[in-house]
Design a protein around this ligand. Structure first.
Ligand code: NDP
Ligand code: TDO
Ligand code: MG
Length: 296
């Protein structure tokens, strides 16, 4: 089976390129050759590759910038997935897509389940919700995995930002009134491959029974400030974390105060997910032998 992977250069896509390899023949075009902002090009790629499975790890992920680039964020995060779903219908292909905790407003008391009603605060969240809804409405075989606070050793993420800033500064002011679960890109990729393995073995009845929306994050929860403290402690860095409010930080885009996602639906199918501390330790130790990302 041919698998078309978009966003292979991103933090999740890079891990997926490794995790998905055993499942089929992977086609992973560079952004210039499959630009999700260019719907004609995307359609042409889908029609020429004719994948049996589309894995969409590409997205517009600049949360603050999206407030000023609404049309572009919607094209990449909503219109392109809608087109993928439509073309998947023509090809008889399945679609694996990713979404975010930022589809919720964060006002709930506990963790959000898949059945809870989204109410995004930001343009990024709105664009991701519109993408989900277009795929769900297309009536195709699909999986949508909502995750949160993705980190890894490449790309642009909070872990690498902290490792960089923590080396430069004795003290950092970090938001302490937003709560969620930092999730390692490798956990996401490996669990995605596990799910797809089940789907490929189970065929049409599996999709009928198990296709749809899942929450997939590390277990447990912390604040960005708590996460920063854990990063500095695990990396043996002495940077002091000063907890502040989101209002004091003053980011351009509003973010949910409660980003916790209840993953019990997914865990019933795939088994337990690691807690965020274990995920952080695994991620950092995966760097030990490589590029010196963790300072001495
Ligand atoms: N990062 C996070 O914390 C979270 C992410 N998610 C979701 O997970 C998924 C993966 O995100 P993540 O890997 O973190 O994101 P990244 O920003 O690391 O990677 C996104 C990828 O998409 C590519 N891309 C961006 N615009 C286009 C375009 N117009 N055409 C083609 N490719 C494009 C980027 O290309 P290039 O390398 O050239 O920039 C990059 O390879 C997304 O759906 C995201 O919404 C959900 C929750 C949290
Ligand atoms: C760099 C920095 C950030 N912060 C805060 C701002 C914000 O509230 C929080 C996280 O900032 P970031 O910009 O790293 O994270 P952000 O871009 O909001 O991350 C989000 O990305 C998208 C793609 C998602 O889907 C979400 O799940 C989430 O991971 O930390 C500080 O308080 N101090 C700092 O020095
Ligand atoms: Mg960001």
């Amino acid at each position: 089976m041919k698998i078309l992977l978009t966003g292979a250069n991103g933090q999740l896509g890079h891990e997926l390129a490794r995790s998905l390899r055993p499942l089929g023949e992977l086609v992973a075009p560079a952004r210039a050759d499959c630009d999700l902002a260019d719907l004609d090009q995307l359609r042409a790629v889908l029609r020429s590759v004719r994948p049996g499975l589309i894995v969409n790890a590409a997205a517009y992920t600049a949360v603050d910038r999206a407030e000023d680039e609404r049309a572009l964020a919607i094209r990449i995060n909503a219109d392109a997935p809608a087109l993928m779903a439509q073309e998947a219908g023509e090809l008889g292909a399945a679609l694996l897509h990713y979404s975010t905790d930022y589809v919720f407003d964060g006002n709930a008391a506990g963790a959000y389940a898949e059945t809870d009603t989204p109410a995004p605060l930001s343009v990024y969240g709105q664009s991701k919700l519109a993408g989900e809804q277009a795929i769900a409405a297309a009536g195709i075989r699909h999986l949508i995995l909502r995750t949160s606070w993705v980190v890894g050793l490449r790309g642009n993420n909070f872990l690498l930002t902290m490792l960089r800033l923590g080396r430069e500064r004795a003290q950092l002011r970090i938001v302490a009134d937003q709560h969620g679960a930092p999730t390692w890109s490798r956990t996401l990729a490996d669990t995605s491959a596990h799910l797809l393995g089940l789907a490929l073995a189970g065929g049409a009845p599996w999709w009928e029974r198990h296709g749809g929306l899942y929450h997939l994050t590390s277990q447990g929860c912390t604040s960005w400030a708590g996460f920063a403290e854990a990063i500095f402690s695990a990396a043996g860095m002495g940077c002091e974390v000063v907890p502040i409010t989101a209002a004091e930080y003053g980011a351009r885009a509003p973010r949910p105060a409660n980003s916790r996602l209840d993953c019990s639906k997914l865990m019933a199918l795939c088994g337990p997910l690691p807690d965020w501390q274990t995920a952080l330790a695994g991620c950092l130790s995966s760097a030990d032998a490589s590029k010196g990302l963790v300072p001495d």
